[in-house]
Design a protein around this ligand. Structure first.
Ligand code: A3P
Length: 316
């Protein structure tokens, strides 16, 4: 286990088995840890991160709820940060899935957790973990966080389709919907996850950028500029003139990424699960929930979310 970066202690396993347990969307049950539901099999690594992860001021951490546009955000920031290292004709994103370019803190890649210390600065990292589960040193060290959220109705529909791809016929959409509305999803409840980062983005706007999938879809060019400014790498006049911003938007678009050979055929090996790259690209649309959930279901989830976010200034 230690070799895989988990460093599980007796204290951790005693704590883990004492945590409330619930069925989630995927094979591994969820455990309630510090107010959030985390897959049981991930907890040793999550606990090890809290003890051992050493964030650096130059780190950039991308945060999402699963199915909120993680793959897109990874591609965009990888392209923004590395724009002087590669040409668009020979770009790593043409032959590598975005998840191979930006690794998750808590998810193994090709059966191993990344050796975080070995990644050269500035490190581009990703996580689905809630703010309060990140090691407290992340806030103290002043590294930057980019949070991307999405309308929860589209998230639940996307999540259910993803779970179906991995293991068909395990759960109907209505059961998945109920679980989601009760907060039983990875890093759920989703509203608490969003609220934590939302509040942090208001408190420390120079270090935490809060984005919405829907706004990125409506105005990708403006948001790519905003991302580049936030990470301290604004586009120069020359880059603007050469159309670099548009090139990045184009390279990372759903159409372009989903049609690449690597994303049609390749697989992402996560521990014992093999995730086909194509399962990260389904429709890439705003509002597809309406093709899968009834109007009543949509309204019910909207009511829950509105109630939970009330007074925060965050709306959908
Ligand atoms: P849908 O299932 O609604 O199509 P994540 O990357 O967090 O797993 O999220 C996956 C969702 O983002 C899927 O949504 C997927 O189609 C969509 N997506 C993937 N790449 C995208 C891109 N380049 N632009 C917009 N959406 C994208």
């Amino acid at each position: 286990q230690e070799e895989r970066g988990e460093v599980s202690t007796k204290e951790h396993s005693d704590l883990l088995s004492s945590l409330p347990k619930h069925k989630g969307f995927f094979a591994h049950p969820l455990r309630m840890y510090k107010g959030f539901w985390v897959h049981e099999n991930m907890l040793p690594r999550v606990m090890a991160l809290q003890d051992h992860f050493k964030p650096r001021p130059s780190d950039l951490i991308l945060v999402t709820q699963p199915k909120s546009g993680t793959t897109w955000l990874k591609a965009l920031l990888f392209a923004i940060m590395n724009r002087t290292n590669y040409t668009f004709a020979q770009h790593p994103l043409l032959t590598r899935n975005p998840h191979a370019c930006v690794l998750f803190l808590e998810v193994p890649f090709r059966h191993r957790f990344p050796d975080l210390e070995a990644i050269p600065p500035p490190r581009l990292l990703a996580t689905h973990l809630p703010y309060s589960i990140l090691p407290s040193s992340v806030a103290d060290c002043g590294c930057r966080l980019v949070y991307l959220c999405r309308d929860p109705k589209d998230v639940v529909v996307s999540l259910w389709h993803f779970a179906q791809k991995l293991k068909p016929d395990t759960m109907g959409l209505s059961e998945a919907f109920e679980l989601f509305c009760d907060g039983f999803s990875f890093s759920g409840p989703i509203w608490d996850h969003m609220l934590e980062y939302w509040r942090e983005s208001l408190r420390r706007s120079e270090k935490v950028l809060f984005l919405k999938y829907e706004e990125m879809m409506t105005e990708p060019v403006g948001n790519v500029r905003r991302l580049a400014e936030f990470v301290g790498r604004p586009f120069s006049e020359e880059e603007e003139k050469d159309g670099v911003v548009e090139e990045i938007v184009q390279l990372c678009s759903f159409e372009k990424l989903s049609n690449m050979e690597v994303n049609k055929k390749g697989v992402y090996e996560v521990g014992e699960t093999t995730v086909p790259h194509e399962s990260f690209f389904r429709k890439g649309k705003v509002g597809d929930w309406a093709n899968h959930l009834s109007r009543e279901m949509g309204e019910a989830l909207d009511r829950i979310v509105q109630e939970k976010l009330a007074g925060s200034g965050l709306t959908f």
